[in-house]
Design a protein around this ligand. Sequence first.
Ligand SMILES: [Zn+2]
Ligand SMILES: [Zn+2]
Length: 250
Amino acid sequence: MKKLNLLFLVILQLGCSNSDSTVTNATSTDGKIDISTVVKAKYFNSAVVSTNGTSISIKSNGLPEHKTPYWGVGNALYEDFPTGYHANVNTSMAAQNYTMTIPAKPSVATTHEETTLGAIGLALNGVPIYNDREGGNVPLDALTITTFDFSGAHPGPGKDYHYHTTGRYTTSDDAKLVGFLRDGFPIYGRKDNDGSYPSNLDAYGGHTGVTADFSEALYHYHASNINYLNTGYYVLKAGAYYGIKGPFTQ
Ligand SMILES: [Zn+2]
Ligand SMILES: [Zn+2]
């Protein structure tokens, strides 16, 4: 009888430690999920992915595979601006030489660094993702937005075409994977995979959960669900990174 009680106690303790470790795993997949397979499978167009086990490098020329007025009249991929929109002072775009290096297992940063002007990530087609700011580090204004194409993109002074917002060829009111930011965390459209708009996004515009691409709960960003200045464009990412930013060279 005494032996049986002891056994029962042991089972109880095993049960406790098991449930404890389950709870720990559920709340801290951070830094444990390897994104390499998805990154290699999803990047296309000019983007070339290489890995060394701990980090992933993505090289691209930054030119889109889709239509935009910035290809120039006469190009097979030329299409006109949205009504009321017009060319940027930089009327053309040109190939660049980008390399973004991200961790294979992205993890949360202890100090969350603000995103800055320039590339904060790469869309799956190798086009850079920018935040909600323009030269002078001021928020995008209505005048600047009139230079956007249907993709919420335009070239900067260096003929460097880039996305600021959601748009026709990347994500528009859906749950599509847009790309990865410089901290290695993926960014999705305004919806989650179940078709709902996420309601628990943190200060960095993301949350932890499963997606169409990651069956284990991974931190991921979402495009903002705010109709920016009532333009119909939705900023992809504003504010600080959730994780630790890797290098982006051009
Ligand atoms: Zn811009
Ligand atoms: Zn989500």
